[in-house]
Design a protein around this ligand. Structure first.
Ligand code: KG4
Ligand code: ZN
Length: 355
């Protein structure tokens, strides 16, 4: 018998994007609206929590109206309301979570408070093209690479075990910090990736970090320090490293090569952990998600690795790599299917919570 069609509304306000989406229980995204607050935060050089909260409140009415309109549904037709409950900026989380709870309570709908990483983890199984999505497999290895996390999870029958995480900076965070040192605007990761495409990665070799205790944990702060030191060395030889408003074609070759070498080292650390994990246990399916999953070299290298190792690879569709609400609505429907339903009034926002 065919499953009943369910619709979920997702709300994501954990940082500086106000997002709302409608997803069905076949993993089809009916709408996914993401309103960026970059312009509001730019004068301060980073995300200002208080501004983020206020912007979420201001953006919510048009963003939610657009998500419902694009999906061609009314709020009454939605079965499950969901919102990110953490981790993230507490004030920002509270805006989305309170709105979600209020809608669910007043319209007597189910409510799911979703962990932000749970949203990312299952996002490679979202359908970007309106087709029925692949059913989320019972067992897989999940790699989440973002601005706040670099983590490997083993998923088994909807329960998640952390296999490795970063001991210091996250991968996206070091792309941002290295880019910031070069005068680029936040988030610097995508631009660093773009510039690295024009460099020669083999010219600058940076060290691959490993933990001395043999753990599979990641560590990116050493790589960041090496890259910053290399920038300093270039400056000492008279190279202009300020890339603010500089086109790729006018960027000094030495800087392009440095960024390419930095990107290779960052990506090879991921491949190193995957190789070592495979020596310890079989890996059949790898699902890669998070903002950094948009990185071009990471996508190419993992595709190559998966082919050579005969591992099934699911890379998150590009449009759902960065923070979005479709992944939250999708995870909410999965939770609903597993029989986990939250009492709308008791779910609390938390800036730090384990998955
Ligand atoms: O998942 P996400 O949108 O937010 C968090 O949960 O952190 O990830 C944002 C991070 C930022 O650090 C951003 O610079 C990075 O992902 N990022 C990239 C690329 N696109 C986004 N880093 C490297 N290469 C990219 N192409
Ligand atoms: Zn995220």
């Amino acid at each position: 018998m065919a499953e009943e069609r369910l619709l979920a509304l997702g709300i994501e306000t954990s940082c500086d994007d106000t997002a709302c989406a409608v997803v069905d229980n076949d993993g089809r995204v009916l709408s996914s609206i993401v309103s960026s607050q970059l312009a509001a935060h730019r004068p301060y050089g980073g995300v200002v929590p208080e501004i983020a909260s206020r912007e979420h409140l201001r953006n919510w009415p048009p963003v939610s109206a657009a998500a419902l309109a694009e999906a061609e549904v009314t709020i009454e037709e939605i079965d499950v309301i969901s919102a990110t409950r953490g981790p993230g900026l507490i004030g920002a989380l509270l805006v989305g979570l309170s709105i979600g709870k209020a809608i669910a309570y007043s319209l007597k709908k189910s409510f799911q408070g979703v962990h932000h990483l749970e949203g990312h983890l299952y996002s490679p199984f979202l359908s970007p093209d309106g087709e029925v999505a692949e059913k989320v497999p019972d067992e897989f290895l999940g790699l989440v690479v973002s601005g706040g996390h670099t983590s490997l999870f083993q998923v088994e029958s909807s329960s998640t075990t952390t296999l490795a995480e970063t001991r210091d900076d996250a991968m996206g965070e070091v792309f941002d910090k290295v880019g910031k040192r070069l005068g680029l605007a936040y988030p610097q990761g995508p631009r660093v990736d773009e510039l690295a495409e024009s460099g020669e990665g083999r010219r600058v070799k940076l060290t691959l970090a490993r933990c001395s205790d043999g753990s599979l944990d990641f560590s990116y702060s050493g790589l960041k320090s090496q890259a910053l030191l290399e920038i300093q060395k270039l400056e000492a030889t008279g190279v202009d490293t300020n890339l603010e408003d500089v086109e790729t074609d006018n960027t000094p070759e030495a800087v392009l090569d440095l960024l390419a070498g930095f990107r290779v080292a960052a990506v090879e650390q991921i491949v190193d952990r995957l190789d070592r994990l495979r020596q310890a246990r079989p890996v059949e399916l790898l699902a890669v998600s998070g903002g950094v999953a948009a990185n071009r070299l990471l996508r190419r290298r993992l595709a190559e690795w998966a082919l050579a190792c005969r591992v099934d690879l699911r890379l998150v569709p590009l449009r759902y790599a960065g923070d979005n609400a479709a992944m939250i609505a999708h995870a909410a429907l999965l939770r609903q299917g597993w029989g986990r339903e939250d009492d709308p009034l008791s779910v609390e926002a938390a800036s730090r919570i384990p998955l």
